[in-house]
Design a protein around this ligand. Structure first.
Ligand SMILES: Nc1ncnc2c1ncn2[C@@H]1O[C@H](COP(=O)(O)OP(=O)(O)OP(=O)(O)O)[C@@H](O)[C@H]1O
Length: 340
């Protein structure tokens, strides 16, 4: 559905530009949940905003392409080249985002009905008021909220309900892709699971693809089909969720996996990752993770390993446990790949 190639995003221009996302290539397939995990500051949100052209200045896409394949026989869309009218059609109708601050994204002085019907009115001017209200009721029903809550103000709803309203709003125009940026981070674990259960049910029914961004890798392991792990603005590993869980290849993926308790499956010891994520203004040389990596060795500080299939000739090379394509950017799993 979406093919991102060599996408880099900077904050600022010229010599003072800071690269927050570097050379990211990812493919989102039809009906798939693609998880994007990494610590705070790894560039997950910047990537999501970059690919949907929602970056606020000084953010700029420095290079790369984002191609959307509508899958209805129409031509692929070059998202980064869309004009204003094209972007309007692309956003919300084709791709919608549930933002990180979704809990606060509702307007406190407007009733839920007004906020839901606003979205419908903006993109479906053909619908009259009665049809818009009917659709708003239907959307609340989809996310498991009684229709009489249409007349509520946001403060009269619980955090979980507000989050569901946001999901309903994101689905208002039946988008093909929904990007969720830390949608459940502010909720307790029980509410997180309820929201994810609602969302999973809707995804099966409405058949949209999802990019799910979170720092909680254990959540993704349950929910995503594939997972891409970001560190220092780059993808450092990408694999089917089961492989990441059973056999993470990159020491950072392994550290992240052992930083959160899993709700299901065998118990794992929580270890955490020593140190802090790097500042993109002064990334460490070579592999950005090397100062924190328990397995760093000779080449790690010198050269950036590029993302590719786990090499057979590199020391410690391994095959994925569960089958399926996977890639990793780590000298432990590399024979002779390096950036120019
Ligand atoms: N407006 C901005 N100006 C300058 N730098 C920015 C701006 N917004 C983000 N950054 C920097 O870009 C890097 C990536 O930030 P981003 O928010 O994409 O990370 P993230 O992985 O989504 O983290 P979080 O989960 O905390 O949102 C960070 O180092 C951040 O400081």
């Amino acid at each position: 559905m979406l093919r991102i190639s060599g996408l880099s995003v900077d904050y600022g221009v010229g010599e003072r530009a800071v690269r927050a996302v570097s050379d990211v290539s990812l493919t989102l397939r039809r009906g798939e949940v693609l998880g994007l995990a990494g610590e705070s500051g790894s560039g997950k949100s910047t990537l999501a905003y970059g690919l949907t052209r929602l970056l606020a200045p000084p953010g700029v896409v420095a290079c790369g392409t984002v191609i959307y394949h509508p899958g209805d026989g129409s031509e692929p869309v070059d998202v980064l080249a869309l004009d204003h009218a094209g972007l309007r059609r692309f956003r919300w109708a084709q791709t919608s985002i549930v933002f990180q601050a979704a809990m606060n994204a509702l307007n406190p002085v407007d009733k839920i009905s007004a906020q839901l019907t606003d979205v419908i009115k903006a993109h479906r001017p053909d619908l009259d008021r009665a049809a818009r209200i009917a659709r708003a009721r239907e959307l609340l029903g989809l996310v498991g909220i009684p229709a009489d809550r249409l007349d509520s103000y946001p403060h009269q709803l619980s955090g979980g309900m507000r989050q569901r309203v946001m999901i309903g709003m994101a689905l208002a125009l039946e988008p093909r892709i929904v990007i969720m940026d830390e949608p459940t981070t502010a909720l307790d674990v029980v509410m997180q699971r309820q929201i994810l259960a609602v969302f999973t049910r809707l995804r099966k029914r409405l058949d949209f693809s999802v990019v799910f961004i979170t720092h909680d890798l254990s959540l993704l392991v349950e929910f995503a089909d594939r997972i891409a792990i970001m560190y220092g603005g780059r993808i450092v590993e990408e694999a089917p969720a089961a492989q990441i869980y059973r056999d993470p290849l990159h020491p950072y993926s392994d550290g992240l996996l052992h930083s959160f308790p899993a709700l299901r499956g065998p118990r794992r010891e929580l270890a955490g990752i020593p140190g802090s994520p790097p500042d993109p203004r002064s990334l460490p040389s070579g592999c950005a993770f090397h100062p924190r990596c328990p397995k760093a060795f000779d080449p790690c500080a010198r050269e950036v390993p590029i993302l590719g299939a786990p090499g057979e000739a590199g020391p410690g090379a391994a095959q994925g446990a569960g089958g399926g394509a996977r890639s990793v950017a780590c000298w432990l799993h590399t024979s002779d790949r390096s950036t120019a």
